[in-house]
Design a protein around this ligand. Sequence first.
Ligand code: ZN
Length: 559
Amino acid sequence: MKTLSNLVMMLTISVIVFGCAPVTKEQQMQKFITNHVRKIKPMAKETNIAWWDAALSGKSEDYDKVSKLTLQIRQVYSNPKEFAFLKDVKQTGSVKDALLARQLEVLYRAYLSNQIEPELLKEIVDLSTEIEKNFSTFRGTIEGKKVTDNEIKEILKTETDSAKRKLAWLAGKQVGAAVADDIIRLVKLRNKAARKLGFDNYHTMSLTTGEQSVEDLDRIFNELYELTNEPFAELKVDLDRVLAADCNVAVTELKPWHYHDPFFQETPMVYELDLDAYYKDKDLRELGASFYDGIGLDVESVLVNSDLYEREGKNPHAFSTDIDKEGDVRILCNLKNNETWMETLLHELGHAVYDKYKDPQAPYLLREPAHAFTTEAIAMFFGRLSRNPAWMQQMLKLSDEQRAEIEKVSGKYMQLKQLIFARWDLVMYNFEKQLYANPGQDLNSLWWQMVEKYQLVKKPQGRNKPDWAAKIHFTAAPCYYHNYMLGELFASQLHNHIVHNILKLESDENVSYVGQSKAGDFLTEKVFKAGNLYHWNEMIERATGEPLTPKYFVAQFVR
Ligand SMILES: [Zn+2]
């Protein structure tokens, strides 16, 4: 028998079930997002503040707090039930609303990358920590005497005796032999984790969770290879001539140790270019603030919350951080009056304006850059200005003679720097792809095949050592290196588009961007405000009319 109160209760229940509770997948999704953001937003803010505090204090208890909070966030994203829900909604394709679908996509990938089984994950983290520790404590030796990385680099920069250079180069590779077996073990563990989640290997999985695909990257990198082949070969002939003369050997006798760093990833300083003198008695903070202000991007509110100068215990590098996605953006620097720090300040403020000028109305989950490499591109776009002669002349009030002096070498230097890096990144991308595809193959030979093909550097006769393993990135930042190059490509694509279509100029010869608020407006509207509302390549196409392409990088740096 039903009493009245029973009936009322039943009615109430049916209202909850059929009236207010989410019934469609879209409603369920919206509810999931609301709950998720309510949980994650304060956690993310607390973690960012803890990280900022740790970077300033350098205290280990502060770093412990960061690890603890990071782990808590990770635990949210490793929840298998929630992942199953997201996977189900995604597979049914029932979320049609564009904003909702995009948030689903972002969440799905965030959860996916955290679905590795706890025991396997622990094994992976422990092993990679172990390898990183071995990296930081290992010292190579020259004739039995231990040397630091800095000493090796110094010899490669300055020594003219080929035999001594060779010993330094060999010392730099010794760490490879010490860690190679562990790295291969780590690669296999990562592959095991990826296969359990349905991927061919860890490389494919990393790209997928980063919303990239092997096909897209292969196409972009192959095009970059084709477009830079001849110009790189030409520049290198010139460079090799200088390097050979410096060490008094024939060009045909040049070996890997004749380049100025262990991997030939940096520009040998063979063309005199000392820009530090121009920044010696300048106020970098003031230069940065007034430049950004001039293009309509206010950074004063960022700078007041930032920490710009060296201090005991403070993180010695530089970064930008978005504390709350609600306008609290800060940068950390260790400014000194030289060109490198001018570049770094412009770079970090580039990251900062991207975060600061996001659309505050956009959903919380989409209030972030479209990709790690797109924010890197904005940072590079601005960072490049510190050695741009037109920018330097206007910002530093240089005479025409001083500018001409800079121009004599800066163009050539930039060209070399960018081409050398592009060819080095081709080695890293292609080697890493094949490393994960088949870690059991002859990696020592594979490495040198890549180096010979892309960097045009010959393997020393008979060399059969794990020289690849001396690069820490395979351990510490796996499957990420290609993003540096994508950042450079996008920076150039933006540069080309702004010069021709926004500023409507014939060439970029005198472009300094100083006072060009149209450039700032364009970036705000088309890049910053777009946040992560679209796949990165859609954002790039909406902004510049084309998907990401290497051709403008080549146009800018191959003259
Ligand atoms: Zn950066």
